[in-house]
Design a protein around this ligand. Sequence first.
Ligand SMILES: [Zn+2]
Length: 223
Amino acid sequence: MIGFFNYTPDLFWPIKDLMRVMWLLLSIGWVIFGLGAFSLLGGCSKSKEEKARVLNYVGFESYVDTFVDSSKKNHRPLEVSELVIRFGTAEEVKEKSKVSAALAICTTGSEVPTIVVDQQWWENKLPSLTESKSVAEEILFHELGHCLLNRKHLDGTAPGKEIPGSIMYPKYIPGKIYAENKQEYYRELFTGVWAVLRLFEENLALSKAPISYQTETEESTVD
Ligand SMILES: [Zn+2]
């Protein structure tokens, strides 16, 4: 019996050691799992933050709304899922655009399409221009053309007119000219075609369905 009692601890010690080792392994496992879960949670909250930053154009909503609305009217419906429009300094705009007279600049690439507007100019100089609302729109639509439509600059005049033929004209279009030809500029921006398509579509609408024609009529009375 004594021998048995003496023997028993020797028999169970390795088992106890094994249990200790298992307990240790289990603890390490929990720690690793915990760290993994934590980093996953961290990842989720990070992507949430990024999503919140992706669509941010506070103060410029009306321009983006008009842009999207115009895309629909010109049969190129656009959904804006990623865009940032924000103010910056004149130096930042000039540095990004590498043009000394730039008022706003669009940057794309791997980042969220971002438009930086020269705040000083927007708040102090723009209001004093004639047709300042049209000028503001023209500037932003030009940049939105780069950022959302992937359009490049386009030189040249409109068919039969001595005015720039596109919002993507590399230089500033006087506000009065832009305002007087706004529908044509919209059309060209989304379709790449000046007024020719309008004539074509009106004829098509008259001969087939009234929907497009009515849209055109409504559209031309907006301004
Ligand atoms: Zn440009």
